[in-house]
Write a protein that binds this ligand. Sequence first.
Ligand code: ATP
Length: 593
Amino acid sequence: MSSHPQGNHHLSNRALLWRLLQLARPHLGWMLLGALLTLITTLASIGLLAISGWFLASMAVAGLAGVTFNYFTPAGVIRFLAIVRTAGRYGERLVTHNATLKLLSELRLWCYQRLEPLAPARLQGLHSGDLLNRLQNDIDRLDSLYLRIAVPVLVAALGVPGLLWLISRYDPQLVPVLLAGLLSVGVLIPLWGQRQSKQYSQTLLRQSAALRSAQLDTLSGMRELLIYGADQRQQQHCQQLSDSLLACQSERDRISAVTQAVSLIAINLTVLAGLWWLIPQIASGARPPVELAMLTLLLLAGFELVQPLPLALELLPETLAAARRLFRLTDQPPVRPEPGIPATVPVRSDLQIRDLSFSYPATRNRPASLPVLQNLNLQLNQGDCLALIGPSGAGKSTLTQLLCGFWPIESGQMLLGSTDINQLAGDELRRQIAVVSQRPYLFSTTLEENLRMARPDASREQLDRACQQAGLLAFVQSLPDGYQTWLGEQGQGLSGGQARRLAIARALLQEAPLLILDEPTEGLDRQTEQALIKNLQPLLASRTTLLISHRPALLQLADQICILRDGKVVRQGQHQTLIQHSTYYQNLLTVFH
Ligand code: ATP
């Protein structure tokens, strides 16, 4: 699929439509076939009504006059049109829905592929509910573009001239009457309704996004809401949002009902005008009486061609807005541009950080921060363990995120072996690094699936070994379903310590040369911590480890300890050196003793 530069939200509507068309190109054949079938079905339906009118009138006239009438041909035509209409409708549904589903699944995949390299940096500031809203609703809206906008417009654009031509063959005077009716019902009245409801449509979009976010917050934060007794307030907040959404919806529905009623009046007026014109001609004998029913029904049935247009007009601005919002999200440049020719995987895993500076970019809700890292220099040799300590907010976790390529580096360099990590392909870089983050995410699936995330082809022995090393195996074996135990949302079925050990087992399973442990023993009691440290000790010997922790027991594993403050290294040395020279370190040991 094509890639486009940033700033497409400034695209004109026509350019936006063109871009959507480009995205839909692989399915254009099916889409056109669907439109053609819809046109054939609609024309068959109109023809059926008109010919039936003519046939019945002819039969009646023939009966009254007592003359014989060849009814085989028209009856055959009627049967044929009825079959075309039924089969056509079936085929049309099949083809258009097939095309839509294909288009949607492709769009979702395309969108996900574009979003993945943006996370988390470019998605920061978007509430997850808002993001979900965009991914789900905005993409769903794009499906209207074909089914409810493009097909009806195409059918009307081809069908209306055809119908007008047919009518003109019988009576050219009826052409302006029908044209005026079709224009009013298909375009003018819906546009008028749209203008009336414009403000409500925009508010509705905003309000439904706000309600969804609030509902997501309520569900995710239910525990906190109950603990702080804020559940009633949150409920009221959701209720208010829901009430205003409903009020807005009912106002929009009211306008829509008025629009529909006016359209119905316009249809009837068109038919009445036709009758008013035709009846005197028939009375005077200028026109055969059998044409009255046919032409009147043709006028009435002709509206089938424009009936879906009001919805198309209503959906068009929403769909374009959805497309614009989606492109605005996906067109952002990736956080970490992939190197043209990626470097080969470094043989060694020494980590060198040179003059690294970084500040988080400003977002809608947060002004630009002061530099989080300032000319940071660090050296971690292969097989060594470097511990990072420092007050909260010193930038320790930020450093791990930069190492994983989640944020663009402002200035400076990070070398793995002798390769700049920017020269490595993103996936390859992340294969070199196993991370136990401060808040490891556990997926709502089985324990085994959570482990296999790091290594899908891991054998049972490898799973057992990783769990053994993380001190989790006994727990897994005590579970009735073992590895197949369902963890629930965000690992709800586990204690904080078990979740952390699972995250450690997952990282160990990955067997990456560089291991980052961010507060790995947080939430573990001393005994479990000691057991884990005993297990980790031999493992760290074969890996290069960056350890973020304040726990003295864990710090003993480190070859070097580095104190970070305000994004700078303020002191570095071995345990013994720091005990003698760093008051911060001395205090830390006292506090945690
Ligand atoms: P702790 O020991 O409490 O985990 P830390 O040393 O790991 O702290 P970081 O998480 O790296 O600190 O945060 C460093 C600074 O960057 C903090 O001031 C924090 O508010 C800010 N910060 C962290 N994440 C973001 C973000 N996504 N956007 C903006 N600022 C952030």
